[in-house]
Write a protein that binds this ligand. Structure first.
Ligand code: SF4
Length: 281
């Protein structure tokens, strides 16, 4: 650990995931609220829908290859929807009956779109929702791989399901950075670099595929180390600046953001009450 970290005002995190890296780069202040202060981060319709769809596809791939039929996929979507009725991420959304109907419909549609993208009976999956971690210096990188499989040549392939729209070509590189992260984790844990990393955009039916290389892995570790150093410096200097973007429209911490007239110092006391997760006295 560096001297910077040892003298930090805030405790420097010892692990990072791809989403945390992107969160810091998008807005350091929102990162401080969620990852350093660990304030409640309420679910949204989009995040809950994404988790439910991932669960449905996980259930589907747990079935024997011969049973990966359209009817089975529908049943897996139903099972995931039933599971999520009790899930805190769904319950906290407090949807009206009409909104629940729309939510279920959108989830079923995304799950059904999967079958138009590939033949599931040809997928040689060897791991689902794999939790992997690997060290980079003093830092631990953590991530969950949606699906790890073998291609016809027996090489590893990482597949990541996306429930949002496919990015424009300008954003493609950014969206693949998270998957290169998973490629690095795979190489560290299994000693083999995946032959391909795939993003399956279930809404549009598009798949973006990239081939990881020694260069892309090195770039990823260099970039992550740089982000971690920037986090450590921000902790030391208590300097997490807000960065306005379209994400502000969905930011749970907007009322404590100086860009919107708020006071970040009040978030620790108020957020557990306002956003939920408060422990009853
Ligand atoms: S409202 Fe915007 S600028 Fe403020 S903390 Fe949230 S994401 Fe950052």
């Amino acid at each position: 650990m560096t001297d910077v970290a040892a003298e930090a005002t805030w405790t420097v995190p010892t692990s990072l995931s791809p989403s945390r890296v992107e969160s810091f780069l998008s807005c350091p202040l929102a990162f401080r609220f969620s990852s350093i202060e660990k304030l409640p981060d309420p679910p949204t319709v989009a995040t809950t829908r994404g988790s439910l769809v991932h669960r449905a596809l996980e259930l589907f791939f747990l079935r024997p290859v011969a049973e990966r039929t359209p009817a089975a996929l529908d049943r897996c979507a139903d099972a995931a929807i039933a599971e999520y009725r009790e899930h805190p991420d769904f319950v906290q959304l407090s949807l009206t009956p009409d909104e629940v109907e729309r939510f279920d419909h959108e989830c079923r549609e995304l799950v059904a779109n999967y079958l138009g993208m590939e033949d599931p009976t040809t997928v040689r999956d060897i791991g689902l929702e794999l939790k992997l971690e690997a060290p980079v210096g003093d830092l631990t990188l953590r991530g969950i791989i949606d699906r790890l499989e073998l291609d016809p040549q027996g090489e590893l392939v990482v597949t990541d399901y996306k429930t949002g729209r496919a990015p424009s070509p300008n954003w493609e590189r950014k969206s693949l950075s998270g998957v290169h992260f998973y490629a690095f984790l795979c190489e560290s844990v299994f000693g083999r670099r995946p032959a391909a990393i795939r993003l399956m955009y279930l809404k549009s039916g598009e798949t973006i595929t990239a081939t990881p290389s020694a260069q892309s892995t090195k770039f990823m570790t260099t970039r992550t180390s740089a982000v971690w150093k920037a986090v450590a410096t921000a902790c030391e200097r208590d300097d997490f600046r807000p960065r306005q973007s379209a994400l502000c429209n969905h930011c749970a911490y907007q009322r404590w953001c100086p860009e919107f007239g708020g006071d970040p110092a009040l978030a620790a006391a108020e957020a557990p009450v306002v956003l939920g997760g408060a422990v009853p006295a």
